[in-house]
Write a protein that binds this ligand. Sequence first.
Ligand code: HEM
Ligand SMILES: *[C@@H]1O[C@H](CO)[C@@H](O)[C@H](O)[C@H]1NC(C)=O
Ligand SMILES: *[C@@H]1O[C@H](CO)[C@@H](O)[C@H](O)[C@H]1NC(C)=O
Ligand SMILES: *[C@@H]1O[C@H](CO)[C@@H](O)[C@H](O)[C@H]1NC(C)=O
Ligand SMILES: *[C@@H]1O[C@H](CO)[C@@H](O)[C@H](O)[C@H]1NC(C)=O
Ligand SMILES: *[C@@H]1O[C@H](CO)[C@@H](O)[C@H](O)[C@H]1NC(C)=O
Length: 327
Amino acid sequence: MASSKLSPCLIFIQIIFLVFVFNSANAQLKVGFYKDTCPKAEAIVKKVMDQVMKVAPSLSGPLLRMHFHDCFVRGCEASVLLNSSTGQAEKDSPPNLSLRGYQVIDRVKTALEKECPGVVSCADILAIVARDVTVATMGPFWEVETGRRDGRVSNFSEPLTNLPPFFANISQLISMFRSKGLSVKDLVVLSGGHTIGTSHCSSFSSRLYNSTGKDGTDPTLDSEYIEKLKNKCKVGDQTTLVEMDPGSVRTFDNSYYTLVAKRRGLFQSDAALLDNSETKAYVKLQSASTYRSTFFKDFGVSMINMGRVEVLTGKAGEIRKVCSRVN
Ligand code: HEM
Ligand SMILES: *[C@@H]1O[C@H](CO)[C@@H](O)[C@H](O)[C@H]1NC(C)=O
Ligand SMILES: *[C@@H]1O[C@H](CO)[C@@H](O)[C@H](O)[C@H]1NC(C)=O
Ligand SMILES: *[C@@H]1O[C@H](CO)[C@@H](O)[C@H](O)[C@H]1NC(C)=O
Ligand SMILES: *[C@@H]1O[C@H](CO)[C@@H](O)[C@H](O)[C@H]1NC(C)=O
Ligand SMILES: *[C@@H]1O[C@H](CO)[C@@H](O)[C@H](O)[C@H]1NC(C)=O
């Protein structure tokens, strides 16, 4: 009696389990996916990246950011790289502001195609390059999972709804990360990517001139810092670049958290990390810790988590021959 009551229940559990296994595409991502098919893949990427970083170190920021923009729109499937003849690709959408380094990805791809044609996906290249620029800026190393395949669709309007805007508040940030399967901890850890790179004035100038405090300033931004930033960014400036972590813009370290704790995070989204007890505690912890902090280890873990978002594996998608167009 008991068993006949139980078995439908067990079957149900088994079905749920199987559906879960077949649906969780990331089950097929793994470290060393190209071990047999293109054993030199990661070494080739690194060789090209070493050359690039020597002549153009300022591309480290944009190339780290590119993987983030890829993963948050349709998953990590390289749709961010696709060209559109009619200006309707993700690339052409406003949140792309300052995304650059596409030609670096093309260079890596060309080198890989020479060694093992049609094997290494553009989505995996973005993931490996993001790790390599982190290492090149003296940040942490992590083993990158590979086995992603490339998507065939890129849509102008999707970045607008999937990428958190610079004016996002903490609840928006948490829910946008959660909708990608990423945790509150992933949010505060990955925001630490703002330890390298630059920003256009337009991404934070409303905090200088058009906010709710005295003379239109943002009361959550340090007032001395506001004066410094106003010197660099006049009203309406669309072109000037400002270092997000002044003084160590090319060094991956935990000083982002020191800045945020001092209310010197550049974006409203950075400042928002002080508005939630968990993210605030992490900011305080890292701002008080030494150079080789737990942040390094956390960052690797969260980058692996981000690299699993909505990936295409197995027979889904394709391996593009040229990263800026579908086969
Ligand atoms: C939490 C939500 C996030 C928001 C709202 C955000 C927003 C921004 C904005 C507005 C810029 C400046 C763009 C410009 O004006 O040129 C920027 C730059 C940057 N972001 Fe984020 N970001 C977020 C998360 C991330 C993540 C997860 C990463 C990577 C792990 C990342 C890495 C970078 C890097 C490296 C730059 C510098 C790019 C350069 O040097 O050109 N960001 N971000
Ligand atoms: C895609 O566009 C970029 C510039 O926007 C260009 O350099 C590249 O050659 C284009 N790729 C293809 C395949 O047309
Ligand atoms: C980013 O989008 C703007 C339009 O919003 C477009 O003019 C610009 O060329 C795009 N940038 C890149 C690098 O594709
Ligand atoms: C782009 O995505 C939007 C929103 O998801 C959708 O309404 C639109 O039809 C898509 N455009 C194309 C060309 O697929
Ligand atoms: C965050 O922003 C959303 C959308 O603008 C808004 O509905 C919400 O009330 C805001 N939450 C907080 C805590 O400010
Ligand atoms: C200031 O902000 C308001 C609303 O937030 C907006 O309507 C207005 O255009 C902004 N002014 C400038 C100069 O950006």
